[in-house]
Design a protein around this ligand. Structure first.
Ligand code: HEM
Length: 383
């Protein structure tokens, strides 16, 4: 029984951003399908129901009305359902799966990551404190997306556009200042992609018959959804390794354990909080009637700690034999960059541990976020 729990009607975004897990536990027990007035949205928190929402686009569609994502990026695979979605997702996936991305992952990415490490290694050897999010996780996430796409672009520009586009996607109140920031980022991105197409880059997408707008809008989606998550994933796994007693040593002794650490971290602290859809018609879920047109958030991070699915869900444990988590969602919008994302996190951590045998945290780590969750900063010493 969750004592003194906050009811959905009093739940706020601030509470969820600070730490959503106690609220999720209470919702799962008392109000598994709950309307939250402060978000004007229904939160679905139990594993089976979240899977149901993700896997029934005929009842819960991605093509929502209104759609901040579509307003900001233009129509893209995550604002479409069914065949129009599948055409885009199937054709845009090849650069991110092992059959074509293996050379980039084997040679390209480790070299890029080592180069980033070289930039701060000298300072680190002199005893300086290094902040790993800005020095490592953020640049590597930007560089990896560009490398996978075969797109020659300065990662700092990409990082600026990523921030601008994300500002636009979260512009729920239609703030003109935020809209202006997003417009600058969108124009910068489109200009850089036009130049790349003129140079003959991104040809695999052209050859598959995608129009210029389809390429631009979907790469905008990748820039907004394929950079922060691996960045936060790298930071989360490093945080876990640096704080869970004995874990770092176990991984050094048995490097193959790292894959398990990554999967358990994604379950235990999922970088993406929700898959948000719209009820197509009045729909009943877990005995609760959701009116047509309602926004419905399938809470992936809640499902990943549902006690109906996981034993002692709040515990980080490498002993689990309970199957897959939902950090990359399920159904037709399941993450396009899932394979590459996992490789980025694994390689990033491997390179860092290899170079710095005595890496240690120097300050407490603050973790934040509901929709996107991860450490805010990771200060370490590496000498
Ligand atoms: C490594 C950490 C990552 C996590 C945890 C993650 C998580 C997710 C989740 C939960 C979704 C589903 C969203 C929804 O259904 O509303 C998604 C979709 C998507 N992700 Fe990722 N992602 C990651 C990395 C990446 C990367 C590296 C890319 C690079 C391209 C990427 C591109 C996309 C795209 C394009 C979609 C939309 C797919 C569709 O609509 O069919 N993601 N991701």
């Amino acid at each position: 029984m969750t004592e003194g729990f906050i009811r959905a009607e009093h739940l706020t975004l601030a509470v969820l951003e600070n730490d959503p897990y106690p609220a999720f536990a209470a919702l799962q027990e008392h109000e598994p399908v709950a309307y939250v007035p402060s978000l004007d949205m229904w939160l679905v928190t139990r594993w089976d129901d979240v899977v149901f929402v993700c896997e029934h686009p005929e009842l819960f569609r991605s093509n929502t009305e209104p759609s901040w994502l579509r307003d900001c990026l233009g129509e893209n695979m995550l604002t479409l359902d069914g065949a129009p979605h599948d055409r885009l997702a199937d054709g845009m996936r090849p650069p991110f799966v092992s059959s074509s991305a293996l050379p980039v992952v084997r040679e390209g990415l480790p070299a890029l990551y080592d180069e980033l490490i070289d930039h701060f290694a000298a300072d680190a050897a002199g005893g300086a404190e290094i902040e790993l999010m800005t020095a490592y996780a953020e640049p590597l996430a930007n560089l990896s997306l560009a490398a996978a796409l075969g797109w020659t672009v300065d990662w700092r520009d990409l990082a600026d556009w990523n921030r601008g586009v994300c500002t636009g996607i979260a512009n729920f109140e239609n703030d003109p200042e935020r809209a202006a920031i997003a417009a600058v980022a969108n124009a910068g991105l489109a200009g850089a992609l036009d130049a790349a197409l003129e140079r003959g880059e991104l040809q695999s997408y052209v050859e598959r018959g995608f129009t210029r707008d389809e390429i631009v809008n979907n790469i905008r989606l990748m820039v907004s959804g394929g950079i922060n998550e691996p960045r936060d994933g790298v930071a989360a796994v490093m945080w876990v390794l640096l704080t869970m007693p004995g874990l770092m040593q176990s991984v050094r002794d048995e490097p193959a354990l790292l894959r398990k650490v990554i999967e358990e971290t994604f379950r235990w602290m999922s970088p993406v909080g929700t898959a948000t859809r719209q009820a197509v018609a009045d729909t009943e879920l877990a005995g609760v009637r959701i009116p047509a047109g309602s926004l419905v958030a399938g809470c992936l991070s809640a499902a990943n700690r549902d006690p109906r699915r996981w034993t002692r869900p709040d515990e980080f444990s490498l002993q689990r034999r309970e199957g897959a988590h939902l950090a990359f969602a399920t159904g037709e919008h399941r993450c396009l960059g899932e394979w590459l994302g996992r490789q980025q996190v694994r390689l990033a951590v491997e390179r860092l541990l290899h170079r710095f045998p005595s890496i240690r945290l120097t300050r407490p780590v603050e973790v934040r976020g509901f929709e996107f969750r991860g450490p805010l900063a990771l200060h370490v010493r590496l000498d």
